[in-house]
Design a protein around this ligand. Structure first.
Ligand SMILES: [Zn+2]
Length: 233
């Protein structure tokens, strides 16, 4: 990534292991803080961290993670609470999402919010409602948006994440969205994870934008400035 011109990145909590207990999730969060920034920095990449309980990784004793989270969020690498959100949209997901939205609001953190792969048109409006009830919309990055949900999301104040990843958006689909909706409210990301991912997907999309005549300012906005503004980095 650094070779391709990426200078800084944000890594989020996700679901790398089955959430059998809070110990699994806490070990994941501690690794994000203690290991990953140094690993990235040794390769020339400044790494920021978002911490939270991902909706697909809610352990039965999640209360213990929620208790320890405020202490972990004090680490200087932390820039946001995330990924949090809904996946299936179950009651337990909603409770854990709301608790984390309120925690972020109280502690002054922005949130990075997951939307599901299946059921996106049904679940996303519930996610947006819960954001609006618990934190200022302009403190939320709503991730993995696509054409199915954009007409509604563009009416909100949320920042919208275009995930350029083999099973989500191609660079060309992301560019189509930016042409239709403008660059003001969007951020590009690769969502590098255990799902098939491309570490060069943001540089590829930037390259495609350049080829299709987007200006320097528009490109910087979606690849750098919008996310730096909301995360205050
Ligand atoms: Zn996600």
């Amino acid at each position: 990534m650094a070779v391709s011109g990426v200078e800084e990145a944000v890594t989020c909590a996700h679901d790398p292991l089955e959430a059998l207990s809070s110990d699994v999730i806490l070990a994941h969060l501690r690794r994000l803080l203690m290991v990953e920034p140094g690993r990235a920095s040794s390769r020339g990449l400044k790494l920021h961290v978002a911490l939270g309980i991902h909706p697909r990784a809610i352990p039965p004793d999640h209360g213990r993670v929620l208790e320890e989270l405020p202490g972990l969020l004090k680490n200087p690498s932390v820039v946001a609470v995330g990924e949090i959100g809904l996946d299936s949209g179950s009651e337990i997901e909603k409770r854990v999402f709301v608790e984390q939205l309120q925690m972020a609001d109280e502690l002054g953190f922005p949130v990075i919010v997951h939307t599901p792969r299946t059921g996106k048109p049904e679940v996303t409006p519930r996610i947006v409602d819960l954001i609006g009830e618990n934190i200022d919309e302009d403190r939320a990055v709503v991730e993995h948006v696509n054409m199915d949900v954009l007409p509604d999301l563009i009416e909100t104040e949320c920042i919208l994440g275009l995930t350029v990843q083999p099973e989500k958006l191609t660079p060309s689909e992301a560019v189509d969205i930016l042409r239709e909706y403008g660059t003001e409210r969007f951020v590009l990301n690769s969502d590098m994870s255990s799902a098939p991912s491309d570490p060069l997907s943001v540089p590829r999309t930037v390259h495609r934008m350049r080829m299709e005549g987007f200006g320097r300012r528009e490109i910087r906005r979606v690849s750098r400035e919008n996310i730096k503004d909301i995360l205050k980095i």
